[in-house]
Structure formats: C-alpha cells, structure tokens
Design a protein around this ligand. Structure first.
Ligand SMILES: *Cc1c(COP(=O)(O)O)cnc(C)c1O
Length: 388
C-alpha cells in the first residue's frame, strides 16, 4: 500500500487542542525545569492497599485466567447493585440493569453505536469530556453542542435548543459533578432533563464519574433517584476516580434495561469483558469502608482550599468547587486560555489546561487539577505570584 488514507471519520476528528501544550510541556521538561503539572485528571494517590491485596489473591486463581463473561461476572454486577442501594437507595436488577465496562470511557465511547443512526443528533455539553462528540462522530451522528456558561451555573439551557433539533435527537450526554467546570446540578435540573427526554424520546446518558469526589459533606445524588429516570436513560460510573483506580480500567453502566441491553450488544461484538481478577478486586473496592474514602476526600479538600485561597489572593476569579478534583478559573485580563497557559508554563513552570481545549465556551478559563500534594500546590501559588 502506497497511499494510506485515513477514513473520513478519522479525518473529521476535531483538532487535538492539547497537542501544542504537550509539545511545550516536553520542551519545558527537557530543559530540566521543576514542572508542577496541574493539568492531569489522574489521581496521584495510590489505590488503597486492601484493593491491591484482593487483586493479588484473585490473580492467582486459575478460573480467572479464562475469557470472562461479556456482561461481567454476576457477583460484580450484584456488588454494583448493592453499592447503588446503599449509596443512593436505588434498586437495580443485577442481571438486566447493570453492565460492566472497561472503564466508563469505553461505555461512553460505544453507546452511540447502539442507538445513533446517520443524521441523528446527540446533545453534547461544551466545554466537556471530548469523548461525547467523538463517539457521536464515529457512529455517524451529529453533535448539537449545549454551552455551559457561568451565567447559567454551567448547566445547559434546554430552552435554547430548537424544536427541529430536539425532534432529530436520539441521545443526550450530561455530566455532573462536571468536568471541567466542577459545577454540580440540582435535582430540578435533572427533572427538567427527564421531562424533555420523555417528550422527545431522547435517551439520557449521565456520566457520574465524580459522584464520590465531593466536599463539605455535600453528597451528589444519582440521576436514577428521580422519578422517570429509569424509563429515560442510564448512568455511567467509574471506579477510576472514586478508588484511585484509573489504570485498572473498570467501571459500569446502570439503568434502563433496553439501553443497557443495546450497549451490551455492541460490547459482545467488540470486546471480551474485563479480566475477572480485576472484577473480583473491584467487588472489594465497592465494599470499601467509608472512612477510607473520606480520608481521600479530605486530601482533595485540603488541596482545594489551598489552591482556591491562593488563587483568590492573586486576584484570580474562580468558584470554590463542591465536587470533582478540578478548579475552573478565569484567566486574567489581557490573556486568552492558551497564552495564559503558556505564560504560566514558560515563566513559572506551572501547567494548567486551557479551557478552550474542552470546547469554545471554555475560552477565557483555565482548569487546574488537584492531583498534586499540598506543598507542590503552595509552591505553584508562590511561583504564580511572581509572574502575575
Ligand atoms: C475520568 C473521566 C471518565 C472516564 O473514566 P474511566 O477511567 O474511563 O472510567 C469519564 N468521564 C469523565 C467526565 C471523566 O473525567
């Protein structure tokens, strides 16, 4: 083959806006700069040791060395149902309303393949997790972007979506607590979303990856707690952020059994499930005593307080997040997202993520992740003070 051409769906991928930042980061590192990287949405804290120990035991069992079942071990799905009952008081049928995922990204990436036809529309929040529009594109669908702006508390305004669009809409992604804005939603908002979805026959896909990373005892709710939710859609969850297990690749989808079955059908044809030893360790993870999780939350909360207070003192405008491990801050006058990020990287050795990389309404913002220890965050604030 002499002329290797990418498929249209790959050629049509939006430009990777973080590529330039990656290049600058490598440049900075190669100069030997002591970089404080606050751009990474990946916990620096290790997986709790009781989960690692469960994995060590599970990996020795030869019955786990074979192909796993497609839909996930029943014992894993039962552990998910039990966790849901304890945490949200929502009852789930482990056999039909729970599906294991190779991380929630995998499920989010595949769901449009099950339900979206060419010319169907998917409602996508922006700024947002880039997988929503890309998965839509791969399925041949069209994204209609719902801007998340500060004036509307970073919630989509459904009143702005034309009726013609709603009639063609098959699926809607929502994500609260939100990455990148760290906004949380009230139940009223989800009640509105369910009403809209019922009226126009739209499947709601709620990405709840950050439901367990919250502060000041403000526990987020599950979309499935609301009346009509289970008729309307599903919720994606991840063990990645809750248990510091990003590398393990395990998550789950729960909710409407027809939607779960549709996603399951795609997966049956594409992957062969999750290594059972990981599922067994995940069962242990889901049973983690709350004291361990609240210790993890305390660490993030302390970091949040230091970063928030520090940025405010420097005159940087941001809201104090009540969930997620991100701070969504306004860039100062005279900068845009990208040149502010490069200013901080070049002159202070501190890296954030330009808001515009998550979608155009993210212009004018920078995202800082709380994935570095307090002393590094203090050092970052000190350095920022010298270049602002
Ligand atoms: C991290 C993240 C995920 C994906 O997590 P997995 O590791 O794939 O389970 C999904 N959605 C959002 C918004 C995230 O930030």
């Amino acid at each position: 083959m002499h002329n290797i051409q990418m498929a249209e769906r790959v050629k049509n991928l939006p430009p990777y806006l973080f590529a330039e930042i990656d290049r600058m980061k490598q440049d900075t590192l190669s100069k030997g700069v002591d970089l404080i990287d606050l751009s990474i949405g990946d916990p620096d804290i290790p997986t709790p040791s009781h989960i690692v120990d469960a994995m060590i035991n599970a990996v020795k069992k030869s019955e786990h060395h074979r192909y796993p079942s497609y839909e996930g071990m029943l014992s894993y799905r039962e552990a998910v149902a039990k966790w849901y009952k304890n945490r949200f008081n929502v009852s789930l049928d482990a056999k039909t309303e729970v599906l294991s995922l190779i991380g929630s990204k995998e499920g989010i990436g595949h769901i449009p393949l099950a339900f979206v036809n060419p010319n169907d529309i998917v409602l996508v929040p922006t700024p947002g997790y880039p997988v929503y529009p890309v998965a839509t594109l791969f399925a041949g669908g069209e994204s209609f972007f719902m801007p998340l702006i500060e004036e509307n508390d970073f919630l989509p305004d459904f009143g702005l979506i034309p009726v013609e669009v709603l009639k063609r809409t098959k699926l809607m992604f929502l994500n609260y607590p939100n990455n990148p804005t760290s906004a949380v939603a009230k139940k009223d908002f989800f009640i509105q979303a369910i009403e809209l979805a019922s009226k126009y026959n739209i499947i709601i896909c709620h990405d709840a990856a950050y439901s367990e990373i919250y502060f000041d005892d403000k526990r987020p709710f599950s979309f499935l707690e609301l009346d009509g939710a289970k008729e309307t859609g599903i919720e994606f969850h991840s063990l990645s952020k809750t248990y510091n297990m990003t590398g393990w690749r395990i998550g789950f989808a729960v909710g409407n059994k027809n939607v779960i079955a549709g996603l399951g059908k795609i997966k049956t044809n594409l992957d062969s499930g999750i290594f059972q030893a990981i599922q067994e360790a995940a069962i242990t993870a889901l049973d983690t005593p709350d004291s361990i999780l609240s210790d993890i939350r305390d660490i993030y909360q302390q970091r949040r307080d230091v970063l928030y207070e520090g940025l405010r003192k420097l005159g940087i405008d941001c809201k104090k997040p009540s969930a997620t491990f991100y701070l969504w801050a306004k860039v100062p006058k005279g900068f845009d997202s990208s040149n502010f990020v490069s200013h901080l990287l070049t002159n202070a050795g501190v890296l954030g993520t330009p808001g515009v990389g998550f979608g155009s309404p993210g212009e004018g913002y920078i995202r800082f992740a709380l994935t570095k220890p307090v002393d590094r965050i203090k050092e970052a604030i000190e350095r920022l003070g010298k270049v602002l």
